[in-house]
Design a protein around this ligand. Structure first.
Ligand code: RIB
Length: 301
């Protein structure tokens, strides 16, 4: 059966340590025991959508090592089709070094490993999958030429989560090929060259300068702004006390895709995504924190 959602992106083994507070530059802090947890923005988004009930396939690369085996097994356990996840000889799997503070905030360093080897040729090999998917979900933890190739190969709705914020300008035409751009405030500032704090008002103005059809700006605890053909809607977030925000943005994107496949409007999809994202912050770890629909209601009750 064709996948409803195809995620083109990264899969990392997250090496996670809990700390009282995330260390400042040059500082050493003591933390808890090391945990190894399946993560990576692409894999998290794929698993998020799969747990919400969607048929999902993922396109990308895994290392020929234990990390790659753990990631493939984790994706398969959630029913994600990994036939287009290429195991790359002599390359380590992507790894993310994550410290999580007691307030749920985190700092992350990613060593991309196999993720950095994804090529436009890999995307061509997945062309049928991309042609048949209702939604294609993209992020920026794999090379930009592969992301751009995927955006052009997709026939359904293209969602780009421009995370992490790009260090170089995006290729010409990529944003125009994106139907729904989902940046957080930092990513929006980077994409628009804005300096200084971003209020909701500034975010709205900046979002309208981007060539994507619609922009959904995530605002953390303040919810999200949906900017669609000149109309702006603020969606508020449920009040929660987060224990770990690592995968909140990823579950937001997976849930947005899930709701759009089910035919919901963009605003209703953002309302659902905000709830799923908030529920995700209430459990630790990236993929272990991603909820089913029943768990969303239980966690937010
Ligand atoms: O978005 C969260 C993810 O970012 C983590 O799982 C980590 O792997 C990094 O890629």
């Amino acid at each position: 059966m064709a996948a409803e959602i195809v995620v083109v992106g990264s899969a990392n083994l997250d090496l996670v340590v809990e700390v009282d507070r995330v260390p400042a530059v040059g500082e050493t802090v003591m933390g808890g025991d090391l945990r190894r947890i399946p993560g990576g923005k692409g894999a998290n988004q794929a698993v998020a959508a799969a747990r919400l009930g969607r048929d999902v396939a993922m396109v990308g690369r895994l290392g020929a090592d234990e990390g790659g085996e753990i990631l493939r097994a984790a994706l398969n356990a959630d029913g994600v089709d990994t036939t287009q996840m290429i195991t790359t000889e002599d390359v380590p799997n992507g790894v993310a070094l994550i410290s999580v503070g007691s307030d749920g905030d985190n700092a992350i360093v990613v060593s991309p490993g196999a993720n950095a080897r994804v090529t436009p040729t890999d995307i061509e090999a997945a062309a049928d999958m991309l042609r048949n998917a209702a939604v294609t979900l993209l992020q920026l933890e794999i090379p930009l030429d592969a992301v751009t190739a995927a955006a052009h190969a997709a026939h359904g709705i293209v969602i780009l989560n421009p995370a992490p914020a790009p260090a170089e300008p995006l290729p010409e035409g990529l944003l125009a090929r994106v139907d729904i751009l989902v940046p957080n405030q930092t990513e929006l500032a980077t994409l628009t060259g804005h300096d200084g704090p971003i209020t909701a008002e500034i975010a709205t103005t900046l979002a309208t300068t981007l060539p994507s059809q619609a922009v959904v700006v995530t605002l953390g605890a303040d919810g999200a702004l949906v900017v669609d053909r000149g109309a702006v809607t603020h969606v508020s977030a449920p009040s929660v006390t987060p224990v770990d925000t690592t995968a909140a943005g990823d579950s937001f994107c997976g849930a947005l895709a899930d709701a759009l496949v089910r035919g919901e409007s963009l605003i209703d999809a953002a309302r659902w995504a905000i709830r799923v994202g908030a529920a995700t912050t209430l459990r630790p770890g990236a993929q272990p924190s991603l909820p089913t629909p029943t768990e969303v209601e239980q966690l937010l009750a």
